[in-house]
Design a protein around this ligand. Structure first.
Ligand SMILES: Cc1ncc(COP(=O)(O)O)c(C=O)c1O
Length: 353
């Protein structure tokens, strides 16, 4: 019950055992094309976006996106309300891209009028970057509203959807670019990640000067659009990702959303019955992960250890929330029976404090 790596189905696991192939042969070209096509189809973006796949975890895709869309001469507004929002800022600063950060407390988000005020007054801003699901708190940020502002003010909208794509509704219409990963809500393995880029933004930025070799989004796109790859990909993980996408297509994206919503509801009702306190207000909570305050008298280590012995891995709080909260996610292959058993084990632990 950690937010990735997730439990995968046997079908996805078995895909790792497909033949050892050369990435310069047609078998890999077909695999690459199949994944890129499926991704765009699943998210209804075949006519508007293109896709670049990377070997690497979600951060690889995120850095590729941020590197390739920003430069030293243009400023980006970063909306940050947690560890991953601050990481977006950190990545940009590390590579010398100017940023203006609008930070807010964990569990809250700036008002749209605050954002708009900045967009109106700061003419040097070229892009807006934000995290969709802030995994450090479980807060789902208002993507659609910010996307509309980005469109109105003609800013490129860059989104970290690493822990939301596949589980939360995303309208790609006003999204210039989005970074995601196979190893979370898409139920594949970690080690393959991707960037979806609007064709319009790709046309405008394709000739940007490269600032990195390995994570150059434009070079990757050039190769992949020709069924080729610039470097050696993690072939078995690509096979597994293709299988996970096939499973999602067979299930249907809407059905997958409903499953996530139902799992979250079950957990939420259980937590309420146990008298646990939520970190984030209900209206802002994601369907992916729930953060709860540690109950008095129960250290995180003890809770984690006891649950682990019963077969459940929960997640700790990060940064200033370390030791104060615990996080429970419902990503990947998981049954309602598993969740009920988890709640029952948790109840026994809480009764025994
Ligand atoms: C919102 C968000 N962005 C980025 C990352 C980094 O992804 P990875 O650890 O796969 O590099 C994570 C990981 O949990 C995340 O939740």
């Amino acid at each position: 019950m950690n937010p990735g790596p997730v439990n995968v189905t046997n079908r996805v696991r078995k895909a790792l055992l497909k033949p050892d192939i050369c990435h310069r042969e047609k078998e890999f070209s077909e695999l690459l094309a199949s994944i890129r096509k499926r991704l765009l189809k699943i998210f209804g973006a075949e006519s508007t976006h293109t896709a670049a796949l990377f070997t690497g975890s979600g951060t690889a895709a995120l850095e590729a996106m941020l590197f390739s869309f920003t430069d030293k001469d243009h400023k980006t507004l970063v909306l940050a309300n947690g560890v991953y929002g601050e990481r977006v800022r950190e990545i940009m600063e590390l590579h010398g891209s100017p940023v203006r950060t609008l930070s807010s407390d964990i569990g809250s988000f700036p008002s749209l009028s605050e954002i708009e005020k900045i967009l109106r007054s700061d003419r040097s801003l070229r892009a807006i970057a934000m995290v969709h699901h802030e995994t450090s708190s479980g807060m789902l940020n208002p993507l659609g509203e910010v996307a509309r502002l980005a469109r109105r003010y003609k800013k490129t909208f860059l989104v970290d959807a690493v822990s939301s794509i596949g589980a939360e509704r995303i309208d790609l219409k006003d999204i210039g670019s989005l970074a995601g990963t196979a190893g979370k809500c898409l139920h594949g393995y970690p080690g393959v990640s991707f960037v979806l880029v609007s064709k319009k933004e790709a046309a405008k930025n394709r000739r940007n000067r490269p600032r990195t070799l390995y994570l150059d989004l434009w070079n990757t796109l050039r190769h992949e659009e020709n069924q080729d790859t610039p470097f050696t990909p993690a072939v078995p993980l690509f096979y597994a990702f293709e299988e996970a996408l096939k499973e999602l297509q067979a299930e249907g994206l809407q059905k997958r959303f409903h499953v996530y919503e139902a799992r979250c509801r079950l957990l939420e009702e259980g937590f309420q019955k146990l008298g646990l306190r939520f970190l984030v207000k209900k209206k802002f909570r994601s369907h992916v992960l729930t953060s709860l305050w540690m109950p008095d008298g129960l250290p995180y280590k003890k809770l984690h250890g006891t649950l682990k012995r019963k077969g459940f891995v929960i997640y700790a709080g990060q940064s200033r929330l370390a030791g104060k909260i615990f996080r429970v996610s419902n990503l990947g292959e998981m049954s309602f029976k598993d969740i009920r058993r988890f709640l029952s084990v948790l109840r026994k632990i809480l009764v025994g404090i």
